[in-house]
Design a protein around this ligand. Structure first.
Ligand code: SF4
Length: 382
């Protein structure tokens, strides 16, 4: 990190300003009937920032900041994992991000298939998967996960003439439609959303305007430093209290209303939105990103006959049936509501997808604590 970058970062971690924002939250959350205010963020990076900097311990007791379906690995649905596992067991070489290897399918994960002898490579980027394909004559399938931010990188390599033996099994997801699902859930108490600054850097803050119109809930785009999160929450509570349903950009140093037009062009040239299930959530209309017909040659689903039926004659173990990942991602439960959390289910022995990924709520809470007690600390924001 360059010295200037470090100074910039410290600027957004200033404890004096953090305390002032925390005090503002305390004032704004007050209601005569002491009813709590529930807001949701839809981003593993926000949960990491909240947990890593101990912000949840600094939030007023009546402010509930809930993580929704913001972990792309966690929402990759079981049949999508089954497709990758079935291909691997058919002898096709698979490359994917490390977290994706441990996500459970119906009966096996990619890590299980690898242990059984399948060729499964961990890559850190889609370009690394393309490099693997260039180094071999065999078919190389990239099992692609991630939201629209990551999908842009996949789109870029497909537009850059990858080798003929390379194809993409897309499990990419598109965030805005799932916010509609969460907002419409009958149990939901969400009064506003904190939107992910990195995704909005691509899509622009305007992408949330139709959602706000339809649901009458405010959306504030926020970044990932402690002051970004706190300032975003302050603005969100101000809008909630004023009854103003609008989109506000609290991350102007990166996000514009229009977003990155070039990245959007790459994304929509290669992908089309289509309906599909998100693990533990529901069928999400337009929530899945699939390759357009012009890219059929690079579409694993068009290139191979994938028969995953052999994986289905299987009853999930009792522990898996107790997993509450779905309720956690829908924002109606937290990891501490799950009896397995930190007991049978840990990052070394994950029962559900939320404990696998670095962006999964259960893993983040296990790593940092969900409601850390900072009362004994002399420094920091508490
Ligand atoms: Fe599922 Fe484990 Fe989280 Fe419980 S702690 S909800 S079993 S991932």
């Amino acid at each position: 990190m360059r010295p200037n970058d470090a100074l910039q970062q410290l600027k957004f971690r200033d404890p004096v300003r953090a305390r002032a924002l925390r005090d503002a939250l305390e004032r704004l959350v007050w209601r005569a009937d002491h009813a709590p205010v529930s807001v949701m963020h839809v981003c593993g990076s926000h949960e990491q920032a909240i947990a890593k900097f101990g912000l949840r311990a600094a939030f007023p007791r009546d402010l509930q900041v809930i993580m929704g379906p913001g972990c792309p690995v966690c929402v990759t649905d079981v049949p999508e994992v089954d497709e990758a596992v079935a291909l691997a067991k058919q002898g096709v070489r698979i490359a994917s991000y490390g977290d994706m290897l441990r996500v459970p399918g119906t009966s096996q994960s990619l890590a299980d298939a690898k242990a059984d002898g399948a060729q499964v490579d961990v890559v850190y980027s889609v370009t690394q998967a393309v490099d693997l394909a260039r180094d071999t004559d065999e078919e190389l399938v990239f099992f692609a996960s991630g939201f629209e931010t990551t999908a842009v990188a996949t789109a870029a390599v497909l537009l850059d003439d990858p080798p003929d033996n390379f194809s993409v099994l897309s499990a990419h997801k598109y965030i805005p439609p799932v916010m509609e699902i969460v907002a419409e859930m009958p149990e939901t108490k969400i009064e506003g959303f904190l939107a992910a600054g990195h995704a909005a850097t691509i899509t622009g803050s305007a992408v949330f305007e139709k959602f706000v119109e339809r649901h009458g809930l405010p959306v504030v785009v926020a970044g990932f430093e402690p002051l970004d999160v706190l300032a975003g929450l302050v603005r969100l509570l101000e809008l909630i209290n004023a009854g103003e349903a609008k989109v506000e950009n609290a991350y102007p140093r990166c996000v514009t209303r229009e977003g990155n037009a070039h990245a959007q062009e790459l994304l929509w040239r290669v992908f089309r939105p289509t309906g599909g299930r998100w693990r533990g959530i529901a069928h999400v209309p337009n929530g899945n990103l699939r390759l357009r017909d012009e890219f059929a040659h690079y579409d694993t689903r068009k290139r191979f006959t994938i028969d995953a039926s052999a994986l289905w004659s299987y009853a999930p173990p009792k522990l898996v049936q107790q997993c509450q990942c779905g309720d956690i991602m829908a924002g109606i439960a937290s990891p501490s509501d799950c009896a397995l959390f930190g007991n049978e289910c840990t990052p070394d022995t994950p029962v559900g997808a939320c404990m696998v990924s670095a962006e999964g709520t259960c893993k983040i809470w296990h790593q940092y604590g969900g409601h850390p007690d900072l009362s004994s600390m002399k420094r920091g924001v508490a």
